[in-house]
Design a protein around this ligand. Structure first.
Ligand code: SF4
Ligand code: SF4
Length: 288
């Protein structure tokens, strides 16, 4: 069974993606080449930017089954609207109008069971793509990319995770930012969750929300403080008071933006940062 680590943060901009990609890089070098990176930030996947030499291996369109109503069979009884928990069906009997709103539908199938007149049938609608890339080292990168306008982030993440091959020894899930359903879907089956934060007031606020969520779903976690050296001590004091472990501190890199723009983040790692990642991986091993 693969070891599953999710990397998450309460907000964007903390460096969660950088941490995910560096963990992939160093686990490949120091632990096993059988490591798989999975970009679950399906609204804005950007792990691929770190792998200039990657090659696309497979690309699959993921469909959602959406019911359509056959007006010739529909009696406008409205039973389907009562069964739909997502308010995705509009039926107006006086004007003989009946329609499913595909962007609200969660494909639960309840309306198909409810309809006694065989007036509903399901049709596939694309919600996004799942793509696998070969990277120079490691098993590679899997990425979900949501179709513009689709609200099916959670469904796409579920389908992406289902397709990750089981030959990896370590699987790293780069979660979307925030604390909503797509994040819960990403982290819910992880063996351990790495929370990435920055030592700023905004970082602390969102970290607290994330910690509350993880306590609710009873998942084990530790914190990486990224951009250490910036900001103030509030994050450290909060974590100490709550008895939450810091599993690593990554120093602030003033050249980060220029390296990022040049796509050199994995080539140009300072010895100090490299040492910090080595220590983090050693700590992670003790958690599993
Ligand atoms: S499949 Fe479920 S969510 Fe979609 S319209 Fe039918 S009842 Fe509503
Ligand atoms: S339950 Fe069937 S027949 Fe009744 S309104 Fe819905 S689609 Fe039409």
């Amino acid at each position: 069974m693969a070891i599953k680590i999710a990397i998450a943060s309460g907000k964007g901009g903390t460096g969660k993606t950088t941490v995910s990609v560096n963990l992939y890089h160093f686990i490949n070098r120091l632990v096993t080449p059988k490591v798989q990176l999975v970009d679950c930030d399906v609204e804005e996947p950007n792990d691929l930017l770190f792998f200039k030499d990657s090659e696309e291996v497979t690309k699959e369109t993921i469909n959602q089954l959406i019911p359509r109503i056959d007006n010739d069979k529909c009696t406008y009884c409205r039973k389907c609207t009562e069964w739909c928990e997502y308010n995705a069906i509009v039926v107006i009997p006086p004007v003989e109008f009946a329609e499913v709103n595909g962007s609200l539908c969660h494909s639960c199938g309840a309306c198909l069971v409810a309809c006694e007149f065989d007036a509903m049938k399901e049709y596939p609608e694309p919600i996004g793509d799942v793509t696998f890339y070969k990277t120079q080292d490691g098993n590679g990168l899997a990425e979900g990319r949501l179709k513009i306008g689709s609200a099916m982030q959670t469904m796409l993440i579920k389908e992406l995770k289902k397709r990750v091959p089981d030959d990896a020894e370590w699987i790293l899930f780069d979660a979307p930012p925030g604390t909503s359903c797509p994040v819960v879907e990403t982290v819910s089956d992880a063996d351990y969750i790495v929370l990435v934060t920055e030592p700023t007031p905004f970082g602390l606020h969102d970290l607290k929300l994330m910690i509350e969520m993880l306590k609710d779903i009873k998942q084990p976690f530790g914190v990486i403080v990224n951009k250490a050296g910036l900001g103030n001590n509030d994050v450290y004091e909060y974590l100490e008071k709550e008895n939450i472990e810091i599993i690593g501190k990554i120093p602030f890199d003033k050249d980060y933006a220029s390296k990022y723009a040049a796509g050199n983040l994995l080539k140009d790692i300072s010895p100090e940062t490299e040492q910090r990642y080595k220590e983090i991986i050693e700590k992670l091993k003790t958690k599993l």
